[in-house]
Design a protein around this ligand. Sequence first.
Ligand SMILES: [Zn+2]
Length: 220
Amino acid sequence: MLKQNIMRRFLYIAILLLLPLISFSKVHTEGFSESEIPDAVFHRMEGKSYPKGCPIKRSELRYLRLMYVDGHGKVKEGEMVCNKAIAKDVLEIFEELYKHRYPIERIQLIDDFDANDERAMRANNSSSFCYRVVKGSKKLSAHARGMAVDINTLYNPCVRRYRSGRVVVQPSNALKYTKRKASFPYKIEWGDLAWRLFTSHGFKWGGAWRSVKDYQHFEK
Ligand SMILES: [Zn+2]
């Protein structure tokens, strides 16, 4: 009997200690979820963002479903693959962007564009994982591990200025959006909501880099 009482008391204490952990675990808003990569999604990625021999483990990646509001105020549902290390950050950031009706034109897997970055950027797509090198170099990109997110890529191009004076803009149809003082939709700039959310979650903004200005890019 005494033993039973002690056990019961122990159980109560254990529950009391665990309660705060349960209530602090974040429950995401409906429309925002995270899972391992489902088979159907992985089949879409194979040979595209996840090429043959890709050294990144499938288990290192996460599949996110996100809600967002487009430039016409329409609510849409998007999907994104990123590294599991940033999945929670990305969900929290996109939940805030959604709550504030921050305009995002589209969030599709880059595989819908055959993992062709130029095509996806021309379509103003926002995405994360793609096993590829840095635009215009042989170095692996942070996207290769799913540790970077590109937002509204047409209006926030990647601008590379060479000493010779040559300027390369990606996507190539985004020349007019390299004038960052001009006002146009979907523009990311220092101090705006997207910038504040990503940087407060420990991401670095490509628009602050010196040699290359990658206005669409946030990486951790
Ligand atoms: Zn990027």
